[in-house]
Design a binder for this molecule. Structure first.
Ligand SMILES: Cc1cc2nc3c(=O)[nH]c(=O)nc-3n(C[C@H](O)[C@H](O)[C@H](O)COP(=O)(O)OP(=O)(O)OC[C@H]3O[C@@H](n4cnc5c(N)ncnc54)[C@H](O)[C@@H]3O)c2cc1C
Length: 423
């Protein structure tokens, strides 16, 4: 699909943060003929070497933002290894004793995508290749912004440089500076909460994983559930690599470290899962050192915008990863926002708040529901709460849990947003 180099709109957009959300939005805005610049704190666009999975709603949003994103995704997407597991998202199994199947969760009737996972860093590279190099500015950590009498925004960066734009988008992740400036310092600090879990993440060569747990468990996505944690494994890199995330409940209260990612020794992880079943222990034995990630999410923001400043992705609604849906919500944000700014009713900078009002009304309830149901999912996976000894009931819940996220028709969501723009 052709990209536009000249703007069709008399306003400019500055995106702060070049993760999946910021880059997808930049691609979407350019696709709409809108002039955009990206300011990223890091020296380059970068993601960690881990897997990420996308549901049907997210893949549909990719296509609607710009078909080139879905094409790039499809080049990288890894499905389950067995043909009969093609429509399976995750096989939920008992983490103790035999790995008995509790529920086989499959993606919906419309989009039988099954598991579609990619290597994060490779996917981000593909997104970065879809924007011109000269719109990306690195080493630009936003400190503050101010509104000038003309209505233009001045962005001030840590290195003392400034930039100007009509619109500022905070795509700066879970510790968002833009959110802090928009909602007030107190509310960002109060708005983040430790969810009582941490996770070890790592990658294993698939041939070693197959030797350790056999082809069926290694080559297809599995989630092992236990009393105080859950362990997720799925293939990435077209089946060459197994992505592992081992979640553990932290039994002793809050997260007391300043850092959310800690270096940890493999032996700590193995101690945490010492009494688990053989497949889990065999997989974790193959992970040498695994970083430990504290899992935080956000309390609901009262708004995602003020004036010409708006939040997308984790900056708006950081979630636990328990439904594999956080980045999918960032893609939905990017689609709806680029569509609203590109709409013919958004003619000039003065029309921006109306577009943001529609974005906020459509995106806030759904993305915040993902945050809250994701927390509940984490509790279910760790068999917390009432009736968790009944694995049939757990299985029933798992079969229902994802439908409302995946079955969303993104075109209908866009129509609702567009209708609000007209009011
Ligand atoms: C363990 C785990 C597993 C997950 N698995 C999945 C999954 O399978 N599927 C899924 O959909 N989601 C998943 N998620 C959620 C997903 O990772 C996030 O929702 C997504 O990465 C958010 O993207 P983002 O672009 O909003 O933010 P980020 O990726 O955090 O990007 C923010 C960017 O802003 C930059 N930045 C920060 N501050 C500033 C500043 N002041 N100035 C300039 N730049 C700044 C950062 O350097 C960064 O590049 C998972 C999350 C975790 C923790």
């Amino acid at each position: 699909m052709a990209h536009h180099d000249s703007t069709g709109k008399p306003f400019t957009v500055a995106i702060v943060g070049g993760g999946i959300g910021g880059l997808a939005l930049a691609i979407g805005l350019r696709h709409q003929g809108i002039s955009v610049q990206i300011y990223e704190a890091a020296p380059a666009f970068a993601e960690i070497g881990a897997g990420i999975a996308f549901g049907p709603n997210a893949i549909s949003a990719m296509y609607l933002i710009d078909p080139a994103i879905r094409d790039a995704f499809r080049r990288l997407a890894t499905k389950n290894g067995f043909d009969e597991e093609d429509e399976t998202w995750i096989n939920f199994r008992s983490g103790f004793g035999e790995p008995t199947l509790i529920a086989k969760v499959q993606t919906g009737d419309q989009e039988k995508t099954g598991l579609s996972s990619v290597h994060r860093a490779r996917f981000l590279d593909e997104l970065a290749s879809l924007i011109p190099k000269d719109i990306a500015h690195f080493g630009k950590r936003l400190l503050s912004f101010q509104e000038e009498a003309s209505g233009k925004l001045t962005l001030v960066f840590e290195d003392g440089e400034t930039a100007f734009a009509d619109v500022l988008v905070g795509a700066d992740g879970v510790r968002s500076r833009v959110r802090q400036l928009l909602l007030g310092k107190e509310s960002v600090l109060d708005g983040l909460s430790f969810t009582g879990k941490y996770a070890y993440r790592g990658l294993i060569a698939m041939d070693k994983a197959r030797e350790a747990v056999g082809d069926e468990l290694a080559m297809n996505s599995q989630m092992y559930l236990g009393k105080d944690g859950h362990v997720l494994t799925y293939p990435i890199d077209h089946g060459k690599t197994m992505n592992v995330v081992a979640f553990k409940n932290k039994e002793d209260g809050p997260w007391e470290h300043d850092h959310w990612v800690l270096k940890s020794k493999g032996e700590d992880m193995r101690r945490d899962f010492a009494n688990w079943g053989t497949p889990v222990r065999s997989v974790l034995d193959l992970m040498v050192d695994a970083d430990m990630w504290a899992l935080f999410d956000m309390l609901p923001a009262p708004t995602y915008y003020k004036g010409n400043v708006v939040l997308v992705g984790d900056a708006a609604h950081a979630s636990t990863p328990h439904q594999g849906a956080g980045a999918g919500q960032a893609l939905e944000d990017a689609f709806i926002l680029s569509m609203l700014l590109g709409d013919k009713k958004t003619r000039c900078a003065g029309d921006i708040p109306a577009a943001f009002r529609a974005y906020d009304a459509i995106r806030r309830p759904r993305s915040q529901k993902v945050v809250s149901t994701s927390r509940t999912a984490g509790a279910t996976y760790a068999l917390q709460g009432e009736a968790r000894d009944n694995l049939d009931e757990v299985g029933e819940e798992l079969l229902q849990r994802y439908k409302w996220i995946w079955d969303e028709d993104m075109q209908v969501q866009a129509e609702h947003a567009r209708a609000l723009l007209g009011q």
